[in-house]
Design a protein around this ligand. Structure first.
Ligand code: ADP
Ligand code: GLC
Length: 473
C-alpha cells in the first residue's frame, strides 16, 4: 500500500498547532507498520536548513495562473518518514506560515504542485491523505484527473478535518483564475456566496475523517457544524472519527532531553525536580507543596480562555501557582500579562511560542487546564497524561474521548471533566482536583492511571490503515 500524506504543516519542518504534530507523526507511524508512506509539505522560510537533507528535484515546473514556475523539492526523513518539501519562495518564504490575504492562493498552488510532484515520484499512490482546507484544492483536482488521467484512476482520497472552524474562504470570482472553472467544481466550492476550499474537500473526497469520534458527531449538528453540518450529515456514512495519537518518542518523560530531570511511572521523583526548576525559571518563590496549574495554547476563543479569565480570582485565592504559555489574540495575551502583574509571586507567563518550554511545563506542572469551547482532538491533554500532569477538561471533541473523569471510590479515571461551558462547573472541577491533590496517595493513583494510558500513534495508524484498505479493495 502506497500512501501520500499532504499537509500545510508538519513537524519538525513547520508547526503552528496540532496539525503539524499529526502530519509529522502519522507518516512515520504508518511506515513503522509497513506502509509505504510519503509526506508532502511546503518548505517555508521558517523550515530549518538542517532538515533539508538534499535537493531531490530542481525543476518541478508548475503551470500557475498563466505562468510557469520552477519550483524545487527537498528530500528529508527528519520526521522519520520519506518527505518531500516543495520549495517555491514566491509562495512560502514569508514572515509567518499563515495570515496573508492570499493564503487561499498560496495553498491552491501547494495543492497543485503536490499533485505534479507525486506524479514525478513514480507509481501512483493508492491513497492520497489530505488535511484541512489548505488541501481542499487538491481533492477537487484529483477528482477531475481521475476522470481522464490513467495515472490517477486507482487513487482514493481521504480528507481529514482537523478544525472545521477554518474553512479557507475566498471570492468565487477567483475560482476560474485558480483553474477551477467547471460547473461541478464551482458547485463543490460554493458556500453561502463565497468559495470554501474546506467545503470542496468535503464534497469530493472518497472518505472524510475527523480527529476524534466525538467531534465526528458534533460537527453533524448546527451548534458545531459551522454551516456545514448538513453536508456532514449527508456524508455521514463516509465520515469516520479516529482519535489522534501522540509521538511517544518526542513526548516521553523518561527520555525528554528538554527536562532538568527525567522520570517514569516507577519513579516520579524527577517530576519534583522539574517542578522546582519550572518555578525558578519563572522567578516564583518555591513551595513544592502548592499545586502548579498550567495552560499551553493558541490564545483563541476555541481554547476556552474566557472560562479561565472568569475563575482566575478564585484560583489565585487557593494559593496555587498558575503558569501559562501561549500567543494569539490580543485580549487574551493582555489577560495573562495582567494576571501576572497582579500576582507576580503566583503567576508565571510566557507570551510567545516556545517548544522547549512546552515540554518543561508539561513535566513541571501538576494540573493542566483545557476548558475548550470545542476541540477536534487536542494533544496537550494527552501530553499531560503521559507526563503525570492531571488534565481538567471540558467534555467536548477529543477531550471527551481521551480523558475519563476520576472516581475516588473505584479509583478509575485519568482527570477531571465538566460538561457545560460555565465557569461554576469548571471551578467545581478545580476544587475537586485540589481536594484529591492534597491526598498524596489518591493523587499518585490518578497520575499513574493517566501515565498508563496508551495514546501512541500505533493504535491510530492501524485504524487509518483499516480505512485505507477498505477503500483499496
Ligand atoms: P491546536 O492544534 O488547536 O492548537 P492541539 O492541542 O491539537 O491544539 O495542539 C497544539 C500543539 O501546539 C501542541 O503540541 C502544543 O504543545 C503546541 N503549542 C500551542 N501553543 C504553543 C506555544 N505557545 N508554545 C509551544 N507550543 C505550543
Ligand atoms: C486542530 C484542532 C486540535 C487537533 C489538531 C490536530 O488544530 O484544533 O484539536 O488536536 O488539529 O488534529
Amino acid at each position: 500500500m502506497r500512501v501520500a500524506v499532504v499537509s500545510a504543516e508538519a513537524v519538525p519542518y513547520s508547526k503552528t498547532g496540532g496539525l503539524g504534530d499529526v502530519a509529522g507523526a502519522l507518516p512515520k507511524a504508518l511506515k513503522k507498520i509497513g506502509v509505504d508512506s510519503v509526506l508532502i509539505t511546503p518548505c517555508y522560510l521558517q523550515t530549518k536548513g538542517e532538515y533539508l537533507w538534499k535537493l531531490a528535484i530542481d525543476d518541478l515546473w508548475v503551470d500557475w495562473r498563466g505562468l510557469i514556475y520552477r519550483a524545487k523539492a527537498f528530500y528529508s526523513e527528519a520526521n522519520g518518514s520519506p518527505t518531500f518539501l516543495i520549495d517555491a519562495p514566491e509562495f512560502f518564504h514569508r514572515s509567518s506560515i499563515y495570515g496573508f490575504r492570499e493564503d487561499y492562493e498560496r495553498f491552491a498552488f501547494f495543492s497543485h504542485a503536490s499533485i505534479l510532484l507525486l506524479k514525478r515520484l513514480g507509481a501512483p499512490p493508492d491513497i492520497v491523505h489530505l488535511n484541512d482546507w489548505h488541501t481542499g484544492f487538491a481533492a477537487v483536482e484529483l477528482a477531475r484527473l481521475s476522470n481522464y488521467d490513467p495515472y490517477w484512476q486507482k487513487t482514493h482520497v481521504v480528507f481529514s478535518i482537523h478544525n472545521l472552524a477554518y474553512q479557507g474562504g475566498f471570492s468565487l470570482d477567483e475560482l476560474w483564475k485558480l483553474g477551477f472553472g467547471g460547473e461541478f467544481e464551482v458547485n463543490a466550492f460554493s458556500f453561502n456566496g463565497y468559495a470554501s476550499a474546506l467545503k470542496a474537500g468535503l464534497v469530493v473526497s472518497d472518505v472524510l475523517t475527523t480527529v476524534s469520534r466525538r467531534y465526528s458527531l458534533e460537527i453533524q449538528t448546527p451548534e458545531a457544524g459551522y454551516g456545514l453540518d448538513w453536508l456532514l450529515r449527508l456524508r455521514s456514512n463516509r465520515l469516520f472519527g479516529i482519535v489522534n495519537g501522540i509521538d511517544y518518542e518526542v513526548w516521553n518523560p523518561e527520555t525528554d532531553p528538554n527536562l532538568p530531570a527525567n522520570y517514569s511511572k516507577n519513579d516520579l521523583s524527577g517530576k519534583l525536580i522539574c517542578k522546582r526548576s519550572l518555578l525558578e525559571s519563572f522567578g516564583l518563590p518555591v513551595d513544592l507543596e502548592k499545586p502548579v496549574f498550567a495552560s499551553i495554547s493558541r490564545l483563541t476563543a476555541q481554547k476556552g480562555i474566557d472560562l479561565i479569565m472568569e475563575i482566575a480570582g478564585e484560583l489565585l485565592a487557593t494559593g496555587s501557582y498558575i503558569i501559562a504559555l501561549g500567543s494569539g489574540e490580543w485580549q487574551y495575551e493582555q489577560f495573562w500579562q495582567r494576571l501576572r502583574d497582579y500576582a507576580p509571586r503566583q503567576v508565571g507567563v510566557y507570551i510567545g511560542y516556545n517548544e522547549t518550554l512546552a515540554h518543561k511545563i508539561e513535566a513541571g506542572a501538576d494540573i493542566f487546564l483545557m476548558p475548550s469551547r470545542f476541540e477536534p482532538c487536542g494533544l496537550n491533554q494527552m501530553y499531560s497524561l503521559r507526563y503525570g500532569t492531571v488534565p481538567i477538561v471540558r467534555a467536548v471533541g477529543g477531550l471527551d474521548d481521551t480523558v475519563e473523569n476520576f472516581n475516588a471510590v473505584t479509583l478509575t479515571g485519568t482527570g477531571f471533566k465538566f460538561q457545560e461551558f460555565r465557569a461554576d462547573k469548571f471551578l467545581e472541577k478545580i476544587y475537586e482536583a485540589l481536594f484529591i491533590y492534597y491526598d498524596k496517595e489518591l493523587w499518585r493513583r490518578l497520575q499513574l492511571n493517566g501515565m498508563n494510558e496508551d495514546n501512541s500513534w500505533e493504535n491510530a495508524a492501524r485504524k487509518y490503515v483499516q480505512l485505507y484498505s477498505m477503500l483499496k479493495d
